[in-house]
Design a protein around this ligand. Structure first.
Ligand SMILES: [Zn+2]
Ligand SMILES: [Zn+2]
Length: 325
């Protein structure tokens, strides 16, 4: 993955010179997590280096917007704000009208609702903005446990990892149980192999989660960024329940295929939609792995069916030969 500096470098117009001032303005802007007005940025820059003029800062800000490093947002305050666009996941905003701070979130339910609406109208979306205006907890009560938000990128990676971990856990429970109940020896081997893979994936995901925690020890207590109702309990949770009701080998494979397909589609759909980020990478890697699992189960299901058919062919012929005698 390229670093922010590489990205900024790649956006520089051909033939234009590297400018120390501009680099400094860009770095200062990218180091911020909130939504700055142009005046906020001017104050920040000039506090650090009063030789940089307001005009240079404005010009650089416009250049960042054109280069898609920054993005203009309008919270209805009569002036624009700017947030980073580079590796910033798509999101919606809660906006406090008292202190003018804003809080970012993303919800799968809102996204699927929007999809449904625009599809039914045959509408092509260029931009969708959701803003919730109100008063934040700190302005309402004078204190907040959820005040310091941390970076959206990191919250996103944290929440993506949580969804992936919940899915792996439910997958592990599913395959462990399936391996116990199937009667076919080959089917049992497949389920055991998948349970083993889920264990390995879980360890990898947990390790990445711990790395994020090391970067930000408060991370566990920060507010949620991603709201994924359907996936929060793990996509295989319903499959585990179905197994408990008692199923035969074919049905167990079919439930596994359905869960893997659901999981693959879920991670692919959101992974494709996210801006380039750690969260996107986690979702897309996961989508690939689920696809491989699904293909394995489909192959196993076909093989099992073939075995059943050939066993049936053998048995009736034996039956006929007995009758003939
Ligand atoms: Zn507030
Ligand atoms: Zn934002």
């Amino acid at each position: 993955m390229d670093s922010p500096a590489d990205f900024v470098e790649s956006r520089r117009p051909a033939g234009s010179k590297r400018s120390g001032k501009r680099d400094f303005i860009v770095d200062t802007f990218l180091a911020q997590t909130g939504h700055l007005t142009a005046d906020d940025l001017v104050a920040l820059i000039r506090k650090a280096d009063s030789r940089i003029s307001r005009a240079t800062i404005y010009r650089t800000l416009q250049w960042m917007v054109d280069a898609k490093i920054a993005q203009k947002v309008d919270f209805g305050e009569g002036r624009s704000r700017y947030e980073r666009a580079y590796r910033h996941p798509r999101h919606f905003h809660l906006i406090c009208e008292a202190c003018h701070r804003s809080f970012e979130f993303l919800s799968s339910d809102i996204e699927s609702m929007l999809d449904e609406v625009v599809e039914s109208r045959g509408f092509e979306v260029h931009k969708a903005t959701i803003q919730v205006h109100g008063t934040c907890e700190r302005c309402r009560t004078g204190s907040s446990t959820r005040d310091d938000e941390g970076s959206t990128e990191r919250l996103f990676a944290r929440d993506a990892l949580r969804v992936a971990i919940a899915t792996e856990k439910s997958g592990l429970a599913f395959y462990t149980r399936a391996a116990r109940i199937v009667r076919d020896a080959r089917g049992k081997q497949v389920f055991l192999k998948l349970a083993d893979e889920e264990k390995t994936h879980l360890a990898t995901l947990q390790k990445r989660y711990d790395e994020l925690l090391a970067e930000d020890p408060q991370l566990d207590s920060r507010p949620a960024f991603l709201f994924f109702k359907g996936a929060a309990n793990g996509i295989f949770a319903s499959g585990v329940e179905e197994l408990a009701a008692g199923v035969d080998d074919r049905k167990a494979l079919l439930i596994g295929i359905r869960c893997e397909r659901g999981s693959h589609k879920f991670f692919k759909k959101y992974g494709d939609r996210f801006e380039d980020s750690e969260g996107k990478r986690i979702f897309l890697e996961f989508a690939d792995e689920e696809k491989q699992h699904m293909d394995l189960l489909v192959a196993e299901f076909k093989a099992l069916n073939a075995r059943i058919v050939s066993a049936r062919k053998r048995r009736p012929s034996q039956a006929r030969s007995t009758q003939a005698r």
